[in-house]
Design a protein around this ligand. Sequence first.
Ligand code: IPM
Ligand code: MG
Length: 374
Amino acid sequence: MTKQTCSLVVLPGDGIGPEVMAEVRKLMTWLESKAGLSFDVHEDLIGGAAIDAHGVPLTDEAVARCQDADAVLLGAVGGPKWDNVPYDIRPEAGLLKIRKDMDLFANLRPAIVFDALADASTLKPEIVKGLDILIVRELTGGVYFGEPKGISDLPDGQRRGVNTQVYTTSEIHRVGRVAFEMARKRQNRVCSAEKSNVMESGKLWREEITKLHQAEYADVALSHMYADNCAMQLLRNPRQFDVLVTDNLFGDILSDEAAMLTGSLGMLPSASLGLEDAGTGRRKALYEPVHGSAPDIAGQGKANPLATILSFSMCLRYSLDQGLLADEIEWAVQDLLGAGLRTGDIMAEGCTCVSTSEMGDTLIKALDAIRKAA
Ligand code: IPM
Ligand code: MG
């Protein structure tokens, strides 16, 4: 049997990024020996690590490699060390650059509550048990990239900061399509969030999502919500949502909120996808945990690697056509949580607190056990 070779670019980044990515590398080794896959991995720098080495948070050569790979895996960027670098080359700028250069406009952020973690949420377990939301966040437009932007000096000595919220029809339609397509594979419901009561860009968003729905996705149940109400509804009754589609900034905020419903940011994976290539049907893609670089715990073996591991599992599913392996990894995560294994962020009474690498090792054991039982 010829092995499927997967070309990946791995960008561990800063803070806990390298630690959590090391656990994914263990998983790759396991997949090579047990699942007939072969990984052709190029590792590169992003964020503060790239600033230190190259003076920029992401080089054009690194982006070119990412463009050619089957997928990109990213850890996290940023840390206090780079707090005072110029704004346009700060670590976060590397993240925005790779999203923009690869045109990764659809950011999928699933918020799933594993049964074993229903108690880890700050909300009552009966509110979050069984939760399964998919946030589809627009990632390459809106106020993150809109022009004009900048800080200027005013004649009277004041300063003025400007960012521009802007969306076009096609930007709204392409992310809307991803949301409707995803909904069809789930509970067939989409809720779209904006502030059409105060923002023209929000009014356009609502109108264009409605048009797209009528023209191509009338079979999907569509609702609209103001983003502030949505933030409130996510806490009041989160299970009312199936797919939630929203813009870049609201998506940033609502996805952090949804993450906490699940108990910890340390559990949340994400996938950022580009347009489908007309020839190959392949989408450019980048997978990263929703959490940041957590400089306060970096290098201490305390980080939860599961968000990064689950991001890699999304990579297997969406980019490498290995849905069954992705299922196995997700079952293994459920099994080890069920057995009471916890990193510090999700620690609970009666459970066993393990380090980052112990969590990764246990995952491999759980995968072996699943294989043996099959
Ligand atoms: C995220 C992060 C980034 C964002 C930061 C680090 C630039 O918060 O991916 O949600 O705002 O998009
Ligand atoms: Mg964020």
